[in-house]
Design a protein around this ligand. Structure first.
Ligand code: PLP
Length: 447
């Protein structure tokens, strides 16, 4: 079933009558810990569009939280999964057995990751598991226990990933004790932390100096640190792009001290920023890359790609029953084909276009403090006013709600940002519509 129109169509009140029946049951039976902000009950998706159970059509700029990289149900992805069902196998467990799609995908990822060192891959099902693997591998390889992680970082919700995370206190409340030995350090926020007259690179230097002057002097000696973990573009923290010297600076600290550099590419990877991996913008070769989300166009898959000289752990040290599911691997292989042949370039081009359009429409608005991003990882930050820069979270929620009412699916990030993370197959016409609706939503929202 395809959705012909490329613009939204809202036919019922929202939520519609059929949606309401699901919302009632959902409220009764589903964990209230989920983070829904508006009642979109989806029936099916096609490319950039999704249709809800009442026949309303939405333009999707959330992409299943930056996951459906090739759009919803891309015919090539559907074909690959169907072929896997018809001719292949649904599950075998790549941890105890072998199958072609897992080896094929590992080779493709290891080669595509680039850098001078050979790579090996561990497959899992999600972002948080790819992080968990990275953390365990770093401890196993270095025989050190501590980690350095960034303030504002989000790495997932299992104990290890949650312990290195630092984006919201609620993620941690009542879940402790967490994994010990995590030291949080500042991540350069160019919008908020730049002192008057300071250059972004100087702010990055200041953050790097903190590791030497505070972390290493007062908290933990460098030879006790297994890894520094960083999102090359901070996602949940508010789509923060660090100055160009920040990742190279972290890499240097790691190299000088026998510390591994883990980059969390779960959200920023797989072409979202206009390069296959976001760290490719910064010219560093990390020791471990964690990826998931966009890797298989929506099929669950995580991959931890490590330098082969590091991923030397023996049989039994780490494994996963479901990790590297054969259908997910097939979906990932065609996703990678499309990313490399066309969609990474499209992400760079359309990202620039979207950033420009959003700046044009929103930068002069008194409540939009900043519009920023890299590739198709773009945020508009809502503030009470441009001088105080006080985060306006409620206003952000209102804007997202108003956009939903007009048929545009958006999500938030950071304390008060609207995030734009459409499929990498997005076209100019979708962007024009989305920016237009966002502008209407902005005008309709008052704090
Ligand atoms: C940067 C980053 N790392 C890790 C995760 C966790 O991924 P998952 O929700 O697939 O476990 C996320 C999810 O949003 C993320 O954005």
């Amino acid at each position: 079933m395809s959705i012909e129109r490329q613009t939204p169509l809202i036919k019922t009140e929202l939520p519609g009558p059929v949606a309401k029946t699901y919302l009632e049951r959902d409220e009764h039976y589903i964990s209230p810990s989920y983070t829904r902000s508006y009642p979109l009950v989806v029936k099916h998706g096609d490319g950039m569009m999704v249709e809800d159970v009442d026949g309303n059509i939405f333009l999707d700029f959330a992409a299943g939280i930056a996951v459906t990289s090739t759009g919803h149900r891309h015919p090539k992805v559907v074909e690959a999964i169907k072929k896997g069902l018809d001719e292949g196998i649904i599950h075998m467990s790549g941890t105890d057995f072998y199958y072609p799609s897992q080896a094929d995908l590992a080779e493709r990822l290891a080669k595509a990751a680039g850098g001078k060192r050979e790579k090996r891959v561990f497959f899992s099902n999600s972002g948080t598991e790819s992080i968990e693997c990275a953390l365990k591998l770093a401890r196993w390889h270095t025989k050190r226990t501590n980690f350095i992680s960034m303030r504002g970082a989000f790495h997932g919700r299992t104990f290890g990933a949650m312990s290195v995370g630092n984006s919201k206190a609620r993620h941690r409340s009542w879940f402790g004790p967490l994994v010990p030995g995590v030291h949080h350090v500042p991540f350069p926020n160019v919008y908020r932390d730049l002192a008057p007259g300071q250059k972004p690179e100087e702010l990055a230097e200041q953050c790097l100096r903190y590791i030497h002057d505070v972390t290493f002097k007062r908290e933990v000696e460098p030879d006790q640190v297994a890894a520094i973990i960083v999102e090359p573009v901070q996602g949940e923290g508010g789509y923060l792009v660090p100055p160009p010297n920040f990742l190279p600076g972290l890499h240097e600290i790691c190299a000088d001290n026998g510390i591994l550099l883990i980059v969390d590419e779960v959200q920023a990877g797989m072409g979202r920023t206009g390069k296959l991996f976001a760290h490719h913008h910064f010219n560093v070769e990390p020791d471990i890359i964690a990826t998931a989300k966009g890797i298989a166009s929506g099929m669950p898959l995580g991959a931890t790609i490590a330098a082969a000289d590091i991923m030397q752990w023996p049989s039994g040290t780490h494994a996963s029953t479901f990790g590297g599911n054969p259908l997910s691997c097939r979906a990932a292989l065609v996703t990678l084909d499309m990313l490399q042949s066309e969609l990474i370039a499209n992400s760079a081009r359309m990202g620039e276009y979207l950033l420009g359009k959003l700046k044009e429409r929103a930068s002069s608005h008194p409540k939009i403090g900043d519009v920023r991003g890299l590739g198709l990882m773009i945020a508009a930050e809502c503030v009470a006013d441009k001088t105080s820069k006080k985060p306006a979270g409620k206003l952000r929620d209102r804007i997202i709600d108003e956009a939903f009412k007009r048929g545009l699916a958006l999500i938030g990030c950071g304390e008060s940002c609207v995030r734009f993370c459409p499929a990498l197959s997005v076209r100019k016409e979708h962007i024009d519509t989305a920016v237009d609706i966002f502008g209407q939503a902005l005008d309709a929202s008052k704090e």
